[in-house]
Design a protein around this ligand. Sequence first.
Ligand SMILES: Nc1ncnc2c1ncn2[C@@H]1O[C@H](COP(=O)(O)OP(=O)(O)OP(=O)(O)O)[C@@H](O)[C@H]1O
Length: 237
Amino acid sequence: MQTDGNPYMIELTAIHKRYLLKQALTDIDLQIRTGTIVGLLGPNGSGKSTLMKMIAGLIYPTSGMIQVAGRTPDVHNKKHIAYLPEIDHLYGWMTVAETLRFLSGFYSDWQADKAAALMETLELDGKQKMRNLSKGMRARLKLITAFARNVPLILLDEPFSGIDPPSRAKIIRSIISEFQSEEQTILLSTHTVSESEPMFDDVIFLHQGRVKLFDSAENLRSTYGCSLENIWEKVYT
Ligand SMILES: Nc1ncnc2c1ncn2[C@@H]1O[C@H](COP(=O)(O)OP(=O)(O)OP(=O)(O)O)[C@@H](O)[C@H]1O
């Protein structure tokens, strides 16, 4: 995946997405800089997952243009994008360690040493059977599978759902420390704004499928004179 001097990992121009009966995204223009962690915030149904799936090349816009590292995303982008995977289809009889080995076979960029280190940091037991994992443990495993890959773009859709607050704090610290700012870009959607705030370089606030605010976290805080969480309250209430 080449960026050829282009400072933007993701460029969206006049994007509209309509499902059969529902307009999900309207007139989205965004440019996401390479080497940043970007927060994608918004209430339920504001279009976060739709935007993520589109950037991952899993669904297509109704109109408009998307460029990811200078090319239109399609299913082949899986090679270059780690999209927080659905793991529910994986074999329940396998252990966590077997599952990671199984997944490693699909990705030439898999870093087994990193997966092992993250297993330790996130306190996941390799001997546990997949079918016995709690919701929070499954969420941890998803994060490990995303960060074990050496890819330029990581898309994390609600990575903290089901994870308890102390573990969330630990995971956020590990995302910050694992982030390779020269080479990587992370787009992360979440409802846990206050805890996630320290991670974000830039923040997108979506509202009813439109971009309500998009700026650096620092500019937003100084413009509004408060934290992102308080901005959230001002924007959405
Ligand atoms: N496959 C689909 N078919 C029809 N409508 C859909 C589909 N997926 C999403 N929608 C609708 O599009 C809108 C945006 O949904 P989306 O899942 O992108 O929002 P979200 O911000 O990720 O929500 P949440 O925070 O609840 O996960 C919603 O009104 C939703 O009902």
